[in-house]
Write a protein that binds this ligand. Structure first.
Ligand SMILES: Cc1cc2nc3c(=O)[nH]c(=O)nc-3n(C[C@H](O)[C@H](O)[C@H](O)COP(=O)(O)OP(=O)(O)OC[C@H]3O[C@@H](n4cnc5c(N)ncnc54)[C@H](O)[C@@H]3O)c2cc1C
Length: 409
């Protein structure tokens, strides 16, 4: 086992970095300047089409079903390079990562082929959304009465289910034009319990009403909305697995994306570190020498660098386990999510203090990284409401071995 990047991974890094520097940097600047959430999300479409043309969308789909996804470390390298320039574009582009995961797990061969097909395209801007979260809460989506749990209902009617409810937060619930994405995996309450249904675009058009586009404090290019689904007719042939399988499928759907938050955290820390380090090397702030000569300043930078490296390695390990479907994937993925996201907030908050008051001006870009990082403990299942509870369940599992995940048992 080596941690050296292979020649292919060096090439992947260079390709992802070149695309990000050529297209995502300017997009991020344009998004920053645009106040309206819908307008700024639409700025991404031409870049989205370019990324599809370069084959990056296929790179999110496993090779076993016709895509070109590589290893977990490959995924980490790619995400870090893109997210360093624009995490919001990266999150928006990666919709299929969550929405298609339950299709791979529980779909019939016919369903897999049909649902994956739009995302193997070489052109266009196909969108997939995982419609899980609801405005009234989703941490307890599996709760039964007296809780409400998932409130979106699927009522059987002949060969179809009729879906009614309100979904929120997922990227691109509204699609590019308000008529929905190309594919929407919907968490519903069916007669047999929480279940997953896949809606295709023709089922959604005319039955989806956008109630609000959220105006996010960070990740501002992500189009997250609250949408009402009314009388969406979805063929029973689009049920994934059996009725009642939805709780497990939903939890599993967020394992890869949860682990990837560790790398989004690295990208934010990397950007903030670069700014604070340069500031410390070049600014004297009226003193006789650059502020890095002060031990206190240097200590913050050194500690930050160590924590960035630790988060990157943990997340490489987690994503490697996820892609290899290793039994430790859930545990390592949860640590990458929780440790990575909270480390990023702490590290960037300290790096801001290295820069001092100059940082407290929007023209100096370090605060953007803090705005981004503040999202990571909340999204992909909040650390308090979802992720630490999953860790608690693991810790309480009879026979759980603290050395197993590392392979050191
Ligand atoms: C940019 C962005 C992209 C997103 N993408 C998606 C997506 O693709 N699909 C999707 O469905 N959602 C998406 N979301 C929503 C996101 O995944 C949230 O993490 C998810 O909705 C869960 O939020 P929550 O855990 O805060 O739940 P809530 O139910 O709103 O809980 C709120 C808080 O209550 C407390 N709490 C609730 N229940 C418990 C409990 N049992 N134990 C302890 N504490 C509890 C916790 O403090 C928790 O943080 C996105 C959000 C953003 C901003």
């Amino acid at each position: 086992m080596s941690f050296q990047l292979s020649p292919e991974q060096e090439q992947l890094k260079a390709g992802a970095r070149a695309f990000a520097e050529e297209h995502l940097r300017d997009l991020a600047a344009a998004v920053r300047a645009e106040p309206d959430p819908l307008t700024r999300a639409m700025l991404a479409r031409p870049v989205f089409e370019k990324a599809v043309g370069h084959g990056f969308l296929k790179g999110l789909v496993p090779a076993a079903v016709g895509g070109a996804a590589g290893s977990g470390v490959d995924a980490a390298i790619f995400i870090e390079e893109w997210a360093t320039q624009s995490p919001d574009f990266t999150i928006s582009f990666a919709g299929p990562l969550i929405a298609l995961t339950p299709v791979y797990e529980a779909g019939t061969p016919e369903q897999v082929q049909r649902f994956v097909a739009p995302f193997l395209a070489d052109e266009g801007a196909p969108l997939a959304a995982m419609a899980f979260s609801e405005p009234g809460g989703s941490a307890n989506f599996d709760a039964e009465a007296p809780g409400t749990g998932t409130t979106t209902t699927a009522t059987p009617d002949g060969d179809d289910y009729v879906v009614d409810g309100t979904k929120a937060w997922a990227s691109h619930l509204s699609g590019w034009d308000g008529d929905g994405p190309d594919l929407m995996t919907i968490v519903v309450r069916a007669p047999g319990g929480v279940s997953l249904l896949v809606a295709e675009r023709e089922h959604l058009a005319g039955h989806l009403e956008v109630e609000e586009h959220y105006d996010l404090p960070g990740l501002r290019g992500c189009l997250t909305s609250r949408v009402r689904l009314h009388e969406v007719r979805i063929p029973k042939a689009n049920l994934l697995g059996e009725e009642g399988q939805g709780v497990a499928l939903t939890r599993n759907a967020f394992v890869p994306s949860g682990a990837s938050i560790g790398i989004f955290a690295v990208a934010a820390m990397r950007g903030a570190f670069e700014l604070a380090h340069r500031f410390a090397l070049t600014e004297t702030r009226g003193g006789a020498e650059p502020i890095i000569a002060h031990q206190a300043v240097s200590d913050v930078l050194a500690d930050a660098k160590g924590r960035i490296e630790a988060t990157r390695l943990l997340t490489w390990r987690a994503l490697d386990a996820v892609m290899a479907q290793h039994p430790s994937a859930l545990e390592l993925g949860l640590h990458a999510k929780v440790f990575g996201s909270e480390t990023a907030v702490e590290v960037i908050q300290r790096l801001v203090q290295v820069v001092g008051v100059t940082a407290y001006d929007r023209h100096y870009p370090i605060y953007e990284y803090l705005d981004e990082a503040l999202a990571y403990p909340l999204i992909e299942g909040s650390n308090i409401g979802v992720r630490r509870r999953q860790l608690q369940t693991l810790l309480r599992t009879p026979g759980w071995d603290p050395l197993a995940a590392s392979g050191m048992a």
